[in-house]
Design a protein around this ligand. Sequence first.
Ligand SMILES: *[C@@H]1O[C@H](CO)[C@@H](O)[C@H](O)[C@H]1NC(C)=O
Ligand SMILES: *[C@@H]1O[C@H](CO)[C@@H](O)[C@H](O)[C@H]1NC(C)=O
Ligand SMILES: *[C@@H]1O[C@H](CO)[C@@H](O)[C@H](O)[C@H]1NC(C)=O
Ligand SMILES: *[C@@H]1O[C@H](CO)[C@@H](O)[C@H](O)[C@H]1NC(C)=O
Ligand SMILES: *[C@@H]1O[C@H](CO)[C@@H](O)[C@H](O)[C@H]1NC(C)=O
Length: 632
Amino acid sequence: MRCAALAMVALLAFGWTPGLGDALGADDLIYGYECSKGLCRKVELSEENFASAISLPVCRLFCGSDIGTLWPKPTGVVQLEPLMRQVDVANIEFQMPGTKDKLWKSTEQRWLDLLEAKVPNRKILKKGGYQLNIIVNTADAGAPMRLQLNTDESYALSIGSNSAGQVTANITANSFFGARHGLETLSQLIVYDDIRREVQVVANASIADAPFYKWRGLLLDTSRNYYSVKAIKRTLDGMAMVKLNTFHWHITDSHSFPLEISKRPELSKLGAYSPSKVYTHSDVEDIVEYGRVRGIRVMPEYDSPAHVGEGWQHKNMTACFNAKPWNDYCVEPPCGQLDPTVDDMYNVLEDIFSDMFKLYNPDVFHMGGDEVSVACWNSSASIRNWMLERGWNLKEEDFMRLWGHYQMEALSRVDRVANGSHTPIILWTSTLTDERYIDQYLDPARYIIQIWTKGNDRVIKKILKRGYRIIASNYDALYFDCGGGGWVNDGNNWCSPYIGWQKVYQNDLAQIAGDYKHHVLGAEAAVWSEQIDEYTLDNRFWPRASALAERLWSNPTEGWRQAESRLLLHRERLVENGIGAEALQPQWCLQNENECPVDAYAQCSERLWLSLSLVAIVLLCACNKQHLKVCE
Ligand SMILES: *[C@@H]1O[C@H](CO)[C@@H](O)[C@H](O)[C@H]1NC(C)=O
Ligand SMILES: *[C@@H]1O[C@H](CO)[C@@H](O)[C@H](O)[C@H]1NC(C)=O
Ligand SMILES: *[C@@H]1O[C@H](CO)[C@@H](O)[C@H](O)[C@H]1NC(C)=O
Ligand SMILES: *[C@@H]1O[C@H](CO)[C@@H](O)[C@H](O)[C@H]1NC(C)=O
Ligand SMILES: *[C@@H]1O[C@H](CO)[C@@H](O)[C@H](O)[C@H]1NC(C)=O
């Protein structure tokens, strides 16, 4: 019924005069689409169907879907009426809360860039169309525009048109961040129709939307391999398109120290791969602001006390730096850990934290805490002596006490540079977050724990039970570097195989957290960069990070199968915006909706057969055993 209406409205809305004569591009365009039984069907264009045939993106907006091609899908009411209007791309009017404000100016520019990316060829774009007015209202105009854990990211969007030939999109939100999400949604309701060679907007729509989880992030490791500012910005562009809001910047590690620290220039001089592979203060400020415009908090991690090495040479403040054989002291080369017994080391830390707080102004700070090796600290005579002098032993629990001492001292330096404001701290799961130690050393009011164990690890509920909030990065679904050849040996890398987007989509945090799901802030997917750099980055993140985005924004109850055709279309959107997203399927599957996946019923009966055969095998085995006994 909807589809019939659609064809009608398309006719009315375009005032189309049938006939191929003046049809722009009819000479080279062979196919269009028709909505049939809730699926977009590819049809050859002819004199007869030319007026009713529609382009793929327009067809997909209304055919068989209540939410069009929006990604991530909204959590509130969505009403899209099948009415398209041509947009006069030279006639877009913005009414923003702070027209002169740099933030709003940049937001406007980004929106226009998204629009521009939709037009494949300006030269053949049909002139004319409706003026598009974009009105944005926020409740917090004038407030400091920094994303925080309690920021309200909801928005409402309505689109209407009047007889005077204008389309008005009205976005209301409680914050800048909600409003900019609304602008992304609006952008997804604007498409290029290659049959009519014009940009069109859904001219009657109403959407209410808000995220399910507040922490929706990607982690990028810029230490194992360096990424240019441009590559990072491209990542932020992709994030903004799917309303991911946290760029977790794992900036340093034992391999390299690519961040300029004003009071300690030697850290990046000695620690960077080359003088050009350093993030200067202006680089960082540029990236932080680029993120803010896109609704993204750029959060730094200073991973310590382990995962420290390059840059710290000549200081005599580390243990086991580049010790050999490395696998006796750490999990990958080069080894290195800070020496918690050297008092002056905390002054260096304070200088690092100080620059990080000035540059990033983080509302949440990540202190790492990943993979501390007891064997590393225990290999240092001076550390052992320091512990023995205090009457400690050299057992695991004593090294945890040493780590607790480090964490307390380092935290006091964080608080000092933050002028006493108690910034929430994130730490990775580790031995210190084990139930034997966590209560002793980490205050649940202060620490958020980032989970990187498997999603079904029992440690997760033990942490939650104690009142800690968590961010999930369970490696079995969210480590995007998994899959590929080994690099410290042959075979496959440690967390192979490659994780498909389906698994990312199905990684339900409520299931992971059970009764404590209200303590889950959200999740992050990670690109650890041992085997990835800026030339292979995009296809690691995209489109799988979009699958994560929908998991976190929408918390869908349907499975990946229902989302698949929409994701294929969204992948095209990413590519259109210069992001080298991986191809998921032959383009044929995009053009022939629903014809590629193995039929659901077939799959079901296959499973049934599988379980039946399993039962049969079990029975057979049981019989065999008896038979053997009989034989004995
Ligand atoms: C939009 O669609 C709704 C629901 O069909 C209708 O009531 C309303 O009049 C339409 N508005 C415009 C401006 O076309
Ligand atoms: C925009 O939407 C808000 C909230 O629904 C409403 O109060 C306001 O009047 C609308 N503005 C315009 C110009 O339609
Ligand atoms: C390094 O520090 C240890 C104690 O922390 C000290 O015993 C040793 O002499 C120092 N080495 C140098 C070269 O300063
Ligand atoms: C640390 O090294 C000492 C020997 O120097 C050894 O006795 C002790 O068991 C080691 N501790 C741990 C936790 O491995
Ligand atoms: C802390 O206070 C100092 C001095 O007033 C100021 O320069 C610095 O920016 C403040 N730091 C933060 C993180 O607010």
